[in-house]
Design a protein around this ligand. Structure first.
Ligand code: SAH
Length: 260
């Protein structure tokens, strides 16, 4: 008998001003079950207890798209809301997705009958990607799952400057993450880099790196996770210029010698 995820509708509402529909809730449960099954063969995650999974995988993944969730709630509350400036992103890429985070919960949350999104999950570990391909088919989340490195993808014309939204969590230093995601964004697209602790020194260090890659740091959101009050930060980056062909550098280089 597999464990059941908590609903925590009150916590979704108080932290993100959003709640999953019954359909989305059922998908979260299916995702959880598939991850628990996959974990028996693959080292996908240490986070398996229901409340832990809810907070550190589901909630944490969706905290990074809080502005989009708020817009969706506003739009459904008021069909002709004129101040709604962002439209739901069309093409989403998740780099170093591991067990599918944050990409899969984000796709579940942003897919509504009115909005369709395309999700690309990328990881350098082939076994994880094979698992995710089966998982997405099993639970009915349309996704392209690619076993490749971010540095290779960023040089591939089929993927470079193609995405509206790029997500990256727990893949390396912030400058490494920026070099992985910025080349993949269209001009006008946005990246979200998920971090834990963050300081003003970190901001000073990363701003020139983001600019070098054609981006602009538009927002830095700080969060307390709603159950254990852990510290989280999300960097929101807007791509305002094409990324120079110098980036991403060769496979391995962004990790070994980050740009700052
Ligand atoms: N994003 C997930 C997993 C983080 S673990 C989460 O937050 O739970 C980091 C993952 O990034 C690993 O699965 C690893 O295989 C992948 N990875 C590391 N460097 C990569 C690169 N250069 N390109 C693609 N994937 C990479």
């Amino acid at each position: 008998m597999l464990a059941t995820l908590p609903l925590h509708l009150d916590l979704w509402q108080s932290s993100l001003q959003w709640q999953p529909s019954d359909t989305q809730q059922a998908l979260f449960q299916q995702l959880y079950e598939q991850i628990l099954i996959g974990n028996q063969q693959l080292n996908l995650t240490r986070i398996t207890e229901p409340d832990d999974f809810w907070e550190k995988h589901l909630w944490d993944s969706l905290s990074g798209i809080a502005p989009w969730l708020a817009d969706m709630t506003a739009e459904s509350d008021e069909a002709d809301a004129e101040d709604s400036h962002k439209t739901a992103p069309l093409r989403i890429v998740d780099i170093g997705t591991g067990g599918g985070f944050p990409g899969i919960p984000v796709a579940i949350a942003l897919s509504t009958p009115a909005e369709s999104i395309s999700l690309t999950l990328v990881d350098s570990t082939r076994k994880k990607i094979q698992f995710l391909q089966t998982l997405c088919q099993t639970i009915g989340i349309p996704a392209t799952c690619l076993a490749t490195r971010a540095e290779a993808l960023g040089r591939d014309p089929a993927h470079r400057e193609q995405y509206d939204l790029a997500l990256i969590r727990a893949v390396g230093k912030t400058a490494t993450c920026a070099e992985y995601v910025l080349p993949l964004l269209k001009v006008g697209g946005q990246a979200v880099i998920y971090r834990g602790q963050w300081t003003t020194d970190d901001t000073e260090e990363i701003v020139p790196v983001i600019e070098l890659l054609g981006g602009e740091l538009t927002d830095l959101q700080d969060w307390e996770t709603p159950i254990t009050q852990g510290i989280r930060h999300c960097l929101f980056i807007y791509k305002d210029m094409p990324t120079s062909n110098d980036f991403p550098r060769a496979v391995g280089v962004p990790g070994k010698t980050p740009l700052n």
